[in-house]
Design a protein around this ligand. Sequence first.
Ligand code: ADP
Length: 236
Amino acid sequence: MADVTADGGGADVLRGQGCAVILLGPPGAGKGTQAQRIAQRYLLPHLSTGDMFRDHIQRGTDLGRKAKPLMERGELVPDAIVLGMVEDRISQPDCERGFVFDGFPRTIQQADDLEGICKRHKLGFTIVLYLVVNPELLVRRLTGRRICKASGHIYNVYERPPKREGFCDLDGSELIHRADDSEAVIGERLSAYDRQTQPLVEYYKLRGLLSSVDAMAEADTVTKSIVGILDGAKAF
Ligand code: ADP
């Protein structure tokens, strides 16, 4: 197995063809952690719609003001808002050779629109990695999640704790606990996932684009499985 931690270790494989990598799975499945690693290895931008919204909220934009109350309740932001934001982002030059989506698409409408976007951007292929995790583990992962304020690096106090409690190993910045990672909001996020996002599994399966990944294992093992799938995608 190739060194899965090497930056740019698989750059030629996906960028050469122009590839949309989509991470699909419930909140807490590990999409953010794995997306960071894939982006680093294949030199593709990591596009997290959740992070984009949080950035808008922090900057106090109109879009942020619309998204904030919905996110606080664990509901999805309307498709039209998400799609406008995504189109803007992937029109930037760093997305020409592809991207890694984390948290998008989340509805059938978003998936239909993404198909059009990929055609317009002449991306060679789409690959959907479905991270499969049982529901009990999700709650533990979400309540234990801590995120570096500066770098966005993700920890988990149960599974992958930082060396010094509350601070990032990489740059010493403070770790934050997202407000929507509280038990009160997690239930609504999981049920929004079941209603609106889970149908995408069948949607992508029917199109032959879905690869399921056992995401119950620890993060490095999951990364190895994903790298195996993506390196093999060369043969598509
Ligand atoms: P998670 O995947 O762990 O739930 P995210 O950071 O991806 O967390 O998303 C946080 C919130 O942002 C969601 O609960 C939702 O309100 C909003 N959001 C993110 N991506 C989308 C999307 N593609 N469509 C609609 N709402 C979204």
